[in-house]
Design a protein around this ligand. Structure first.
Ligand code: ADP
Length: 229
């Protein structure tokens, strides 16, 4: 059986990425995948207040994931923090930590804000892709970039980058994963739904391959930013 939008099972939706979109931020980026649009802004490193939150040995990475009230599918999203946004902020931070060298920033914080004007599934992954570009644009010392994509089951087949329509099909499984560029570490792996162990392996392999394509797009966005200045 085919996918509802006619894509191959290993085919990503169209992606557009841009670095340096928010002038006052230290680093920023947009990442659009299909109808999901993420904006990321990075501020810092700057002194962390209140002071008791400071770590004299290394900096703190603070992430805030936020879907705008009109950005969901259907119901208006209540502004402010929710259980879901707290969870996604946390997993986003964890997905990015292996790529950043925070030892250089004792007592400091790097603040990351990710906003979504429109979503169609895969938002946490789009957010991670956007932040990774924004951190590099901010000049934060990074060991590598991080790319992310969801894999899962669509009509019983392992597929990459599920749309909301596909996520809503009966029996769909959603597995967002994040991969670091050089070391190939998996820094995010969540799972929603029931899937056979061998299909998880297939999905992770598919996701890793798709992340390689995303890395190229992230690198291109960064190069384009610096070519035009
Ligand atoms: P992800 O966006 O990372 O795939 P979910 O699987 O939780 O995360 O959500 C899938 C999609 O469902 C989102 O991208 C969004 O389009 C929609 N969605 C999630 N939460 C809400 C909500 N509270 N209201 C409306 N739409 C939502």
């Amino acid at each position: 059986m085919n996918r509802p939008d006619g894509r191959r099972f290993d085919e990503l939706r169209d992606i557009e990425a841009k670095a340096g979109i928010i002038k006052r931020a230290d680093g920023s980026a947009s990442f659009k995948i299909g109808d999901t649009i993420a904006y990321a802004a990075v501020y810092g490193p700057r002194n962390l207040y209140p002071k008791f939150l400071q770590n004299p040995e290394k900096g703190v990475l603070r992430c805030s994931y936020n879907m705008m009230p009109f950005s969901g599918s259907g119901e208006r999203i209540r502004p402010g923090s929710s259980r879901r946004s707290k969870e996604i902020s946390l997993v986003t931070q964890k997905a990015l930590l292996p790529a950043i060298n925070l030892n250089e920033f004792p007592n400091s914080v790097i603040d990351i804000f990710i906003e979504f004007p429109q979503t169609d599934a895969g938002s946490r992954c789009a957010g991670i892709c956007a932040v990774s570009i924004a951190l590099a644009e901010a000049g934060i010392p990074m060991k590598e970039l991080v790319a992310a994509v969801a894999v899962g089951l669509v009509n019983g087949e392992v597929a990459v980058d599920l749309s909301k329509e596909e996520e809503d099909l009966g029996g769909a499984v959603d597995i967002p994963i994040a991969v670091t560029t050089r070391s190939g570490k998996i820094s995010l792996l969540q799972m929603d739904g029931m899937i056979k162990a061998e299909d998880i392996k297939k999905g992770v392999a598919l996701g890793k391959k798709a992340c390689q394509k995303i890395f190229e797009i992230q690198k291109k966005a960064l190069k384009e930013k610096y070519n035009t200045q």
